[in-house]
Design a protein around this ligand. Structure first.
Ligand SMILES: [Zn+2]
Length: 158
């Protein structure tokens, strides 16, 4: 495991915490709210618990667990946040640790991943400058709590 240069390993080690704490943790994968200060409630990140940089290096148990976890995360976000769509994406470019974004695309956001990304970049700047309303950390924690309590997590193997 790398040192503190990896923010995901920092969270797994307890040196950073997401709003609302862990939503799901099976010892292989950790699901929690996005830690970004300008994110919307319900933006999740599904993270490999161990430091691994390539999807192709997942163990068989990690790979087998991933599909049901992504399904549960998307279903829980759909039911609690009620977005138009749920986007799931993995880049692992800036943070080279396998992780997936589970992002609600709400009716107030433009459709399409490119427009949505541009919108989010603009939103982050405006919220950072104090021009646009920024949801509170408490609102993010509340979303994490509601998502954690969704029935999707009890149905991972069915
Ligand atoms: Zn890491």
């Amino acid at each position: 495991m790398p040192d503190s240069s990896c923010p995901i390993c920092d969270e797994v080690a307890g040196r950073r915490s997401a709003p609302g704490g862990a939503i799901y943790d099976d010892g292989l994968w950790l699901v929690s709210h996005h830690l970004g200060p300008y994110t919307d409630p319900g933006e999740l990140i599904v993270k490999l618990r161990r430091h691994g940089e390539a999807l192709g290096d997942l163990t068989a148990p990690e790979a087998a667990a991933l599909g049901p976890i992504l399904r549960a995360a998307a279903a829980a976000v759909e039911r609690t946040i009620r977005p138009e769509r749920v986007y799931v994406a993995a880049f692992s470019e800036r943070v080279r640790h396998v992780h997936f974004y589970v992002l609600p695309r709400t009716a107030s956001m433009p459709a399409g991943h490119v427009l949505s990304d541009v919108y989010k970049r603009g939103r982050t700047l405006l919220r950072g400058w104090g021009v646009a309303r920024n949801p509170s950390t408490a609102a993010r924690a509340d979303a994490a709590t509601r998502i954690r309590e969704d029935a999707a997590w009890t149905r991972l193997s069915t």
